[in-house]
Design a protein around this ligand. Structure first.
Ligand code: UD1
Ligand code: MG
Length: 432
């Protein structure tokens, strides 16, 4: 691929009103910058991310997930602005795609028409009924003549409806020639990348506008934009999985992380939330169940269950108000009101209502092991570490503190006492 990519992410993102850098705000589970990098990786082997504000924090977040990305710290105090951001960057290829880090909805597919043109400068534009906030693009005879930032527009220019979407492909030679000529004599005293266009045009260069789909080029500047972008992302994720064979009841009420995957025949009922790198295979997740980083195979969960990170469920039924954390359940039924944490539970075992693994002593976490064909009676506490072998019965209400051997019954109960007529004496009902 003969294309280099520069991703601009040095801006402060003031309008987010957040200590977290704008480009690290998550959308469907991933920092928004991930999406721009992914789109870039599909098009190029030479990607530079420009940073300044909280540079180290953003760099750490990127290197944790991507390899081979170059970083450039912008000389922001001397050269602020989008023009300053792209100065002095070494690129491998002759054509350079400039992307914004705050465009999480952009895809390689949406960028294709820009990349496939061969002009000196190709720039993305769209038409807006209300163009406010964007740089206006002056197009004549099919070529761009200039881009005027809103703050520098005359009243007449403000009425132009064609706006700069903010993504460009430049010939390297164009950047080398015009970047050193930029000035900051404008309303924001910044070096505008967009000023290259007019200079290049004045010297007879060809600048081609490409009308792009607005949705893919939406920039996120505020938390309102963030929520809107996430909604669009959710619709894309859900459409993709429905087309791949996942049934969703009332998909508008369902949330799915962009890292989640589905295999086989799956159904998600209304209100389901799937976080993280969850894998669901041929399973039914019922209403208002929350699944986080879990692996669920041939099982059913919920309604209103919570399956937390590190859980593996195979051929298992999890009912309402059951919480499972970091546990491996195979061929298990846990129908009601239980907490199963750091547990390993074998085939044919039934977990009664109100069973609790007491896995934490305030300092450390401990494991509970339950074998095959175990009947755990209701309201059982399993004080970990504890092992229950195969074919065991645990009586309802038992507090299990010691290991239970194969074939045994474990029971710990205060013997029941009957006091006849107590009610009538206590409430003085006159009966005896
Ligand atoms: C820019 C365009 C405008 C276009 C709009 C589309 C310029 C001068 N204007 O305006 O024509 O309509 O995008 O969204 O380019 N950044 C840096 N360093 C800086 C300043 C910004 O890296 O010094 C980065 C930001 O982090 C951001 C991107 O550049 O990712 C765009 O910056 P922003 O301030 O949002 O530009 P706009 O004013 O929106
Ligand atoms: Mg912007």
């Amino acid at each position: 691929m003969s294309l280099s990519v520069i991703i601009l992410a040095a801006g402060q993102g003031t309008r987010m009103k957040s200590d977290l850098p704008k480009v690290l705000h998550p959308i469907s589970g991933l920092p928004m910058l991930h999406y721009a990098i992914r789109a870039a990786q599909a098009l190029s082997d030479d990607i530079t991310v420009v940073l300044y504000h909280q540079a180290d924090r953003i760099k750490d977040a990127i290197t944790a997930s991507f390899e081979g990305i170059a970083f450039k710290i912008q000389d922001h105090s001397n050269y602020p602005g989008t023009g300053g951001a792209v100065m002095d960057i070494e690129t491998d290829h002759d054509r350079i795609l400039v992307l914004n880090g705050d465009m999480p909805l952009v895809t390689a597919e949406a960028l294709e028409p820009l990349v496939n043109s061969d002009a000196d400068i190709v720039m993305s534009v769209f038409d807006l009924e209300n163009p406010s906030g964007y740089g206006r693009v002056v197009v004549e005879n099919g070529e761009v003549q200039a881009i005027v930032e809103e703050k520098d527009c005359t009243e007449e220019q403000k009425r132009i409806k064609t706006v700069n979407a903010g993504v460009y492909v430049f010939r390297k030679e164009i950047m080398e020639r015009y970047l050193p000529l930029l000035s900051n004599e404008n309303a924001q005293a910044e070096y505008y990348l967009t000023d290259i266009v007019k200079m290049a045009r004045d010297e007879g260069r060809h600048i081609i506008p490409v009308w792009v789909e607005e949705e893919a080029f939406k920039g996120v500047n505020s938390r309102f934009d963030l929520a809107h972008a996430e909604e669009i992302m959710q619709n894309r994720i859900k459409e993709r999985w429905m087309r791949a064979g996942v049934t969703m009841h009332l998909p508008r009420t369902i949330y799915i992380d962009s890292r989640a995957t589905f295999h086989g025949d799956c159904t998600l009922d209304n209100g389901v939330t799937i976080h993280g790198e969850t894998i669901i295979t041929s399973s039914h997740i019922r209403s208002h169940t929350v699944v986080e980083e879990a692996d669920i195979r041939h099982s059913s969960c919920g309604p209103m269950a919570r399956i937390r990170p590190g859980s593996i469920l195979e051929d298992t039924h999890i009912g309402n108000f059951v919480e499972v954390k970091k546990s491996h359940l195979k061929g298990v039924k846990a129908g009601h009101l239980s907490y199963l944490g750091d547990a390993e539970i074998g085939e044919g075992t039934n977990i009664g209502a109100g069973t609790i693994t007491c896995n934490y002593d305030g300092v450390k976490k401990y494991k509970t092991k339950i074998g095959k064909n175990v009947f755990v009676g209701s309201d059982t506490q399993l004080v970990a570490p504890v092992t229950i072998e195969d074919n065991v019965m645990i009586a309802a209400g038992t507090t299990v503190t010691d290991d239970v051997g194969e074939g045994s019954l474990a029971i710990s109960r205060t013997p029941q006492k009957i006091v006849a007529n107590f009610f009538h004496r206590f409430f003085k009902t006159g009966k005896r």
